[in-house]
Design a protein. Structure first.
Length: 189
């Protein structure tokens, strides 16, 4: 049974940094990532896991534009969705499985994180929709997502790019597939 939660969505700005920090907790959402895995070269990412990744994300938030959206329930941040022009994710550019499918300028949804007690309540779909709206406000014409279609159940933190049904519910369609378990989904605005 699906429970409907009254959610509000806000872009992550410097005034909302503390909310993102609280949501991610001491582990930076997962293993010290702080949503930097696609933004940095692999060696740099590994070297600065934890506090250095946190400082890097803080600089991105302070500089703007907002690198994503937060979902709020009863005034508390319970979810995050990162979205930015694909060009801001150099590690994504190097992926064989998620390489560009054409020369269209796209924005990419690179991460979805939902507080543990709120998972499996359709919040990912709503976060994706909010991220698309944020991208559209900043001129995006196409938003891509890179969900997983695991053959077996994976622990929740391992599906941080989301699952295909959430993207379909948010209005995305499959645009290409280089891997049987990693479609490239698109929403044309």
């Amino acid at each position: 049974m699906m429970i409907h939660l009254e959610l509000k969505f806000q872009p992550v700005t410097p005034s909302r940094w503390k909310d993102l920090e609280d949501l991610f907790g001491a582990r930076g959402a997962c293993g010290g990532c702080w949503c930097m895995t696609w933004r940095l070269e692999r060696a740099v990412f590994e070297k600065q896991k934890g506090a250095a990744n946190k400082r890097t994300l803080k600089k991105i938030v302070d500089k703007g534009p907002p690198p994503g959206v937060l979902a709020y329930y009863k005034g508390h941040a319970i979810g995050w969705c990162a979205v930015a022009p694909r060009s801001e994710y150099p590690a994504l550019e190097r992926s064989r499985v998620l390489k560009p499918i054409d020369d269209q300028p796209v924005w990419s949804i690179s991460c979805i994180f939902v507080r543990k007690e709120f998972r499996r309540k359709n919040i990912s779909t709503e976060l994706i929709k909010a991220a698309v709206n944020l991208a559209k406000k900043h001129g995006a014409k196409i938003v891509e997502g890179y969900p997983q279609e695991p053959k077996n159940d994976l622990p929740d933190p391992f599906v941080w790019t989301g699952l295909t049904p959430a993207y379909i519910k948010a209005g995305f369609v499959e645009a290409h597939r280089f891997s049987p378990v990693r479609p490239i989904m698109r929403c044309v605005l």
